[in-house]
Design a protein around this ligand. Structure first.
Ligand SMILES: O=C(O)C(=O)C[C@]1(C(=O)O)C=C[C@@H](O)C=C1
Length: 434
């Protein structure tokens, strides 16, 4: 199933300021053609976008992997839709991949350990990434962290029967999908307390993956320490920086005015304490991490807000086909064009069509972070240049969304559709977090 060469890198979905801009009428025509015709599209005047360009522009692709997408209530489960989430990161993943050496419990100081002495796979590192061999039909989902991380739980929520593949960095998770080592990546994008995870916004732009779904995961933090350790013994709390931020007030209330140290992920913090027998250190992590690494739960539910929730996005090499039979969200990124009130004009393209924006985020423009301007045009005043990320509540299959984007394109120098995907509508359940 996966013995196909990686897709070429020119298949990305962007409008740029160069080249022919499709008119609104052409935009509509091409949309209809690309949706309803599976053969190649002959554009009337032979100019403008190729079929592949257009497909990706609208995040609509008669994809060679579409058959893998599950058009169920929960699209793109890739799992056959059962609710069983097996023990993830079992040895099978790593052995089959032949990527991550599994170490035994005997030399487990350098590998992950679990309380039942079962070795856990080490996360992928950048050097592990080489094209993957053939795999079975189980969907492989890359996440950042080690087993017990919230991202692993999010992968299980997004793809209930998946084989979750731990990666040591976000970048590695992106590359794992690009190199066909994994089929999907599930990565945190924002948290209700800590805000945006900027690194992933930047990586979305730098890589060519498509957002194919989102999941919201209630995050329920615990304070974990080795058996026998009491709060009074602690002089350090370690965790993912977002988790430390999400628990700051509660730690202070608990009298834990001790050093905070940031590590790569919450479960990694628990693993580190266990592996190094640290009796003066606690980790902020999930109850599942406590079980996996043999730690006790000193305090349960230490997040500053009980409705602490992290939104994750699911990424794939190919976009899904947008639909109109359920609520969809579309994520775009654009750069300012020339002229005045550009941001206002862009936002009004949505407002006039009654399309709600759910998120707007700006990041420094990587290639051109600073623009020199002043009244005398001698180039002394410095303006920051931004990339703007916008999420809006509409599907790219809707004419109003296509029209809004066609209009946005008029005001911007760069526009890319990151994905058009079903909104996570699962009922809110703050306690079921980890
Ligand atoms: O460290 C983890 O367990 C993660 O999955 C990462 C992460 C994050 O990046 O925000 C995910 C959810 C929580 O908000 C805390 C940490």
């Amino acid at each position: 199933m996966h013995a196909i060469a990686p897709p070429s890198s020119n298949n990305f979905n962007c409008f740029t300021g160069t080249g022919a801009r499709p008119t609104l009428a052409r935009v509509r025509r091409r949309f209809i053609q690309s949706v309803y015709r599976s053969d190649s599209v002959n554009f009337p005047n032979g100019v403008g976008l190729s079929r592949a360009d257009w497909q990706s522009t609208c995040a609509i692709l008669a994809s060679k992997v579409v058959s893998q997408e599950q058009p169920t209530d929960k699209p793109d489960t890739g799992s056959g839709g059962t609710n069983h989430f097996p023990a993830v990161n079992g040895h099978k993943t790593a052995i089959d991949l032949d990527l991550v050496p599994i170490e035994t419990a005997d030399n487990s100081m350098s590998s992950s350990i679990s309380s039942n002495n079962k070795p856990q796979p080490k996360p992928l590192t950048i050097t592990d990434l080489s094209p993957a061999p053939m795999h079975g039909s189980q969907l492989r989902v890359a996440y950042q962290g080690v087993p017990g991380a919230y991202s692993e739980a999010a992968a299980g929520k997004a793809y209930p029967n998946c084989e979750a593949i731990p990666c040591d960095q976000f970048e590695v998770a992106f590359q794992a999908v690009e190199l066909w080592i994994a089929d999907r990546a599930v990565l945190p994008i924002e948290n209700s307390l800590g805000g945006s995870i900027h690194r992933n916004y930047d990586l979305l732009l730098r890589h060519r993956l498509h957002i194919v779904g989102e999941v919201q995961l209630p995050v329920h933090h615990c304070l974990l320490a080795l058996p026998g350790v009491r709060k009074e013994y602690l002089n350090r709390v370690i965790s993912h920086p977002q988790a430390l931020a999400q628990c700051e007030l509660t730690l202070t209330k608990l009298g834990l005015n001790v050093a905070r140290e940031a590590v790569d992920d919450t479960a990694g913090a628990a693993e580190f304490i266990a592996a190094n027998n640290l009796r003066d250190t606690a980790a902020i992590a999930s109850a599942r991490a406590a079980g996996l690494y043999g730690l006790n739960i000193l305090e349960d539910g230490i997040q500053d807000d009980s409705s602490n929730v992290t939104r994750f996005v699911m990424l794939a090499r190919e976009p899904i086909i947008p639909r109109t039979d359920r609520p969809f969200k579309t994520s775009i990124v654009f750069a300012h064009g020339k002229g005045t009130s550009v941001l206002f004009k862009v936002l009004s393209a949505f407002a006039f069509r009654n399309i709600s924006l759910t998120k707007i985020e700006s990041r420094p423009h990587r290639n051109r972070p600073i623009r020199l301007v002043d009244d005398a045009n001698v180039g002394t005043a410095k303006h920051f240049e931004y990339m703007f990320y916008v999420d809006f509540e509409a599907s790219m299959a809707e004419v109003r969304a296509q029209n809004a984007l066609a209009e946005v394109q008029e005001f911007t120098s760069f526009l890319r559709v990151l994905g058009s995907y079903p909104m996570d509508m699962t009922p809110w359940c703050p306690s079921g977090g980890d």
